[in-house]
Design a protein around this ligand. Structure first.
Ligand code: COI
Length: 356
C-alpha cells in the first residue's frame, strides 16, 4: 500500500454515471472516457489544489496560447486491477520524470512528483469501477498540461491547466502492423522536441502517416532527420528487433521518446536470457538481416500498444516479412512477464507498481 497522503480534493460528482454505455467486451482505444476528470490550475507561479469534476467541456478562450503556439504536453499511462483486487498504477515515478522533461523543454511549469501521483491516485480511485478486468485491457490514463492564458503575442504562457482523463482501453492494434521506412518526411531532428511528449510531434506525424496508409501501410518507420539512414521509432511507438538472438533497439537521442515500456522491456530482457544492445540501428543493417535470415523479430513498444508485433517492413520499395510470433518469441515472453508483474502474478522486483 502507498505511504503517500492523498488529500480529500474538492469533488463534484456526476449526477448519473455513463458506465452502462461502455461495451467492456469491445474496448476500442480512446472511445470511452470515464465519468470524472481531475483539474489543476497553475496561476500566480504555482500549482493550485486539484479538483475532481464530471468529465465535460471546459470554458476556454479562442486566444488561449496553447491553440496558437503549441504549449501542450501529455503522458500515456495505465492502471490495472491486480490478482488481489488492488488497483495498481504502472511506473508513475518514471512517467512523472518524463512529463517534467517534456514540460521543461516546452517552457512549462514542472509538476512535483507528489502532486502528480496524488492526482493520479485520486482520479483512478474516483472512477475505480471503470477499470476493465478482461485480458489485455486496462484503464488508460491521460495526464495533459496546456497553456490556458488568452493572449495573441508570442510568449511563454503564465497560466496553465493540468488535467487527467481516464479511459477503459483494450488493445491498441488489432493485428501485426505493416511499416514503411520513411525517407521523405521526418518526425523529429536532434535538438528538436522529439524526446518531449508534446502535442505537435503527433500532429506533425499525421500527414506522413496518412500518405503511408494510402500506400497500404499502417505506420511509418521513422528514420533520422539528417540522412534517413538510422531508425528512430515506429509510428507512435519505440521499435525493437531480435537479430542473431540479440535484442537490438535504437539508442535514445533528443529525437526519440524515452518510452516507459521500452525501458521496462530492456530491464526485463536479461532475466529472459537475451543480450540487449542499445545503439544506432541502420536501415541497411535491417535489410541485410532480413536477407540473411538473422532478423527473427520486430515489434513496437509503447504504453498504449504495449508490445505490438510488426508483420512486414517496406525498405526502399521492397516488402520484407517478419517471421510470425510464436509462444517462444522474446516479445511474447516479455509481454507475459510485464503483464504478470503488473497483475501481481510475478514479483515486482523493480518496484514499478504503485498500489492504491
Ligand atoms: C501512448 O502509448 O501512451 C501514447 O501516448 C501513444 C499514442 C496513443 C498517442
Amino acid at each position: 500500500m502507498t505511504t503517500l497522503t492523498i488529500p480529500a480534493f474538492a469533488t463534484k460528482r456526476i449526477a448519473k454515471s455513463r458506465i452502462s454505455e461502455v461495451d467492456f467486451n469491445n474496448l476500442e482505444f480512446g472511445k470511452y472516457i470515464s465519468d470524472h476528470m481531475l483539474m489543476v490550475d497553475y496561476v500566480d507561479g504555482k500549482w493550485q489544489e486539484p479538483t475532481i469534476l464530471p468529465f465535460g467541456d471546459i470554458p476556454m478562450s479562442p486566444a488561449m496560447l496553447s491553440l496558437h503556439y503549441g504549449q501542450s504536453v501529455f503522458e500515456g499511462m495505465k492502471a490495472f486491477r491486480n490478482k488481489n483486487g488492488d488497483i495498481c498504477i504502472f511506473r508513475p515515478q518514471k512517467h512523472s520524470e518524463r512529463l517534467n522533461k517534456s514540460l521543461a523543454r516546452m517552457c512549462m511549469p514542472e509538476i512535483p512528483e507528489e502532486l502528480f501521483t496524488q492526482a493520479l491516485h485520486a482520479i483512478v480511485e474516483t472512477d475505480a469501477n471503470w477499470i476493465p478486468t478482461s485480458e489485455g485491457a486496462s484503464l488508460y490514463l491521460r495526464p495533459v498540461v496546456f497553456a490556458y492564458e488568452p493572449r495573441l503575442g508570442v510568449k511563454i504562457a503564465d497560466h496553465f491547466k493540468f488535467f487527467v482523463l481516464t479511459s477503459p482501453a483494450g488493445a491498441y492494434f488489432s493485428k501485426p502492423t505493416r511499416l514503411k521506412v520513411e525517407e521523405t518526411f521526418v518526425r523529429a531532428a536532434e535538438g528538436g522536441t522529439g524526446f518531449a511528449k508534446c502535442a505537435g510531434n503527433y500532429g506533425g506525424a499525421f500527414y506522413p502517416t496518412q500518405v503511408a496508409r494510402q500506400e497500404g501501410f499502417d505506420q511509418v518507420l521513422w528514420t533520422d532527420a539528417k540522412e534517413h539512414k538510422y531508425i528512430d521509432e515506429a509510428g507512435v511507438m519505440n521499435v525493437m528487433f531480435v537479430i542473431g538472438g540479440k535484442l537490438i533497439t535504437p539508442k535514445l537521442t533528443t529525437a526519440l521518446l524515452e518510452g516507459v515500456t521500452r525501458d521496462s522491456i530492456l530491464k526485463l530482457a536479461p532475466s529472459l536470457g537475451i543480450t540487449v544492445e542499445e545503439r544506432r540501428v541502420s536501415v541497411a543493417e535491417i535489410e541485410e538481416a532480413f536477407k540473411n535470415g538473422t532478423l527473427t523479430e520486430a515489434f513496437g513498444a509503447g504504453t498504449a500498444a504495449v508490445v505490438s508485433p510488426i508483420a512486414a517492413i517496406n525498405i526502399h520499395g521492397t516488402d520484407y516479412n517478419v517471421p510470425a510470433v510464436t509462444p517462444d518469441s522474446f516479445q511474447q515472453r516479455v509481454k507475459e512477464k510485464l503483464n504478470n508483474i503488473r497483475l501481481g502474478f510475478e514479483a515486482d522486483v523493480f518496484g514499478w507498481n504503485y498500489i492504491i
